[in-house]
Design a protein. Structure first.
Length: 271
């Protein structure tokens, strides 16, 4: 029976890096013994009517991780990636008393999952590299993440260089705007506001824009933990920084007067 289960899991994995499971498949291939392989399960809600944008973002990272494992030279039948969608396995959610999505869990080859076998999504985020590190801690399986090439950054940089080059060419006879201190000051302030609002943290951790509770549909824009944040939260901080500094951005014009004008107003002064 164990050999049949492993063979079936390998067959599914050869077709798709992430194996979709309903309640029956989950209980047979993940919960029920015997089992000599570990299973990573993402519990999610990907159907459009659920409107779970976080689930879609997490699923993209999960697919990257699963593909990295499936096409690596270390691939074996000791680890499988699966997904249980709420609309296909609501009974599994009820069985595990699970009321939020997405959730990542590790089901070890022997024994029941422990507390550490549930990935701390709220604190760590769902980037593929973070998931791979968590899996290595739980299974001793090292997965090197290979992301598909993304040329959007290169294209954006090329367009920016072309735009700046074209602007300089059109204004080649009058380049005084380059020495505009106000313009450089505003650009520096934009960078400062972006960094102090947490944009670099967003770039590194890849948090969701906001979180929608699948039970009551309530959307949270502020993270409940002091060790994490949503993208919307950084945008709110950025707006508050701009508004708080707007009143302080003013210039003071000092009056200019000549020595003769000073003498006329104060004839007792000698120079």
């Amino acid at each position: 029976m164990l050999a049949e289960k492993v063979e079936q899991m390998m067959e599914w994995s050869s077709r798709r890096s992430v194996i979709r499971m309903n309640g029956d498949k989950f209980r047979r291939f993940v919960k029920a013994p015997p089992r000599n392989y570990s299973v990573i399960v993402m519990f999610t809600a990907l159907q459009p009517q659920r409107q779970c944008s976080v689930c879609r973002q997490a699923n993209e990272e999960y697919q990257v991780l699963a593909n990295s494992w499936r096409y690596s030279s270390a691939f074996s039948n000791k680890l499988f990636f699966t997904v249980v969608d709420y609309d296909e396995g609501a009974d599994v959610f009820q069985q595990l008393n699970m009321n939020s999505a997405p959730t990542f869990m590790h089901f070890p080859a022997k024994g029941k999952p422990k507390r550490a076998d549930t990935f701390d999504l709220q604190r760590i985020g769902f980037a593929s590299e973070q998931l791979a590190k968590w899996i290595a801690d739980r299974t001793d399986v090292q997965i090197r993440v290979f992301r598909p090439p993304n040329y959007s950054g290169t294209i954006a940089l090329a367009l920016l260089v072309s735009l700046v080059g074209g602007l300089l060419y059109l204004r080649r006879n009058n380049l005084e705007f380059i020495y505009n201190k106000t313009g450089w000051a505003m650009a520096a302030l934009c960078v400062v506001f972006a960094m102090t609002s947490g944009q670099m943290w967003n770039h590194i951790r890849g948090p969701p824009y906001a979180h929608k509770n699948p039970q009551n549909g309530q959307v949270s824009y502020i993270h409940g933990s002091s060790q994490a944040q949503f993208v919307a939260e950084s945008h709110i901080i950025l707006l508050l920084n701009i508004l708080s500094h707007k009143t302080s951005l003013c210039t003071i014009d000092l009056p200019h007067c000549s020595v003769n004008e000073v003498n006329r107003t104060n004839p007792l002064t000698s120079y």
